[in-house]
Design a protein around this ligand. Structure first.
Ligand SMILES: CC(C)(COP(=O)(O)OP(=O)(O)OC[C@H]1O[C@@H](n2cnc3c(N)ncnc32)[C@H](O)[C@@H]1OP(=O)(O)O)[C@@H](O)C(=O)NCCC(=O)NCCS
Length: 174
């Protein structure tokens, strides 16, 4: 569901083998993030990976998009955050950009994500009343130069979400 949701949101076909994605999940994402999976009777419908100050991954299963699941997951990341969150999303992913903006994130930088060579947007959120946070690490590179690195997204809380989805926290502390 992660791959299909990514392809749907970004509008690309992922050319990398699924084994590489699994290895990245298990070798990088899980050891360095708290991972939350949302599920209903049909199985896994959402996936969030986050730390105290960042949202690494936020994906909702394509057939469950627009039902408040992403908002609930993002709200969880906010609640458990230090008061600041940063994330990256591709500029062409207009729905994700709008989603994060609605949830209080502001664009702070643009550049090129080196793996996909797509325009990338760094967004940040600060809890109301919290002091300014530290500068986050950057994966952005000037438009003309390639390099290394990678990461992604997140969401917040709808006031009216009658989703039957439950959220199972299988956590891995940072
Ligand atoms: C971006 C993403 C995570 C947002 O998650 P989501 O579950 O679709 O988001 P939500 O449903 O919480 O909110 C989106 C819309 O649904 C509405 N909504 C919320 N609860 C709802 C409900 N119970 N029923 C119907 N709609 C609902 C929200 O109000 C919002 O509407 P709006 O677009 O008019 O403002 C999801 O679209 C996604 O996974 N996209 C593909 C992958 C991706 O791009 N990930 C981010 C990479 S950076």
């Amino acid at each position: 569901m992660w791959r299909a949701s990514f392809e749907w949101g970004v509008g690309v076909t992922d050319p990398y083998p699924v084994q590489e994605q699994s290895a990245y999940l298990l070798g990088h994402v899980v050891p360095s993030h708290r991972v939350v999976v949302a599920h209903d009777d049909s199985g896994i419908v959402g996936f969030l990976a986050f730390t105290d100050d960042s949202v690494g991954q936020l994906y909702v299963r394509v057939d469950r998009i627009g039902r408040g699941i992403g908002s609930r997951l993002l709200q969880l990341a906010k609640q458990q955050s230090s008061g600041h969150l940063w994330l990256y999303t591709f500029a062409r992913n207009h729905r994700a950009l709008a989603f994060y903006t609605r949830h209080g994130f502001a664009e702070v930088a643009r550049g090129v994500e080196p793996t996909w060579q797509l325009e990338d947007v760094r967004m940040e959120w600060t809890r109301p009343g919290a002091p300014a946070g530290p500068a986050p690490p950057s994966r952005l590179r000037p438009t003309s130069s390639p390099a290394a690195d990678a990461v992604a997204p997140e969401v917040e809380s709808p006031a009216s979400t009658p989703s039957p989805t439950s959220v199972a926290t299988s956590s891995n502390g940072p």
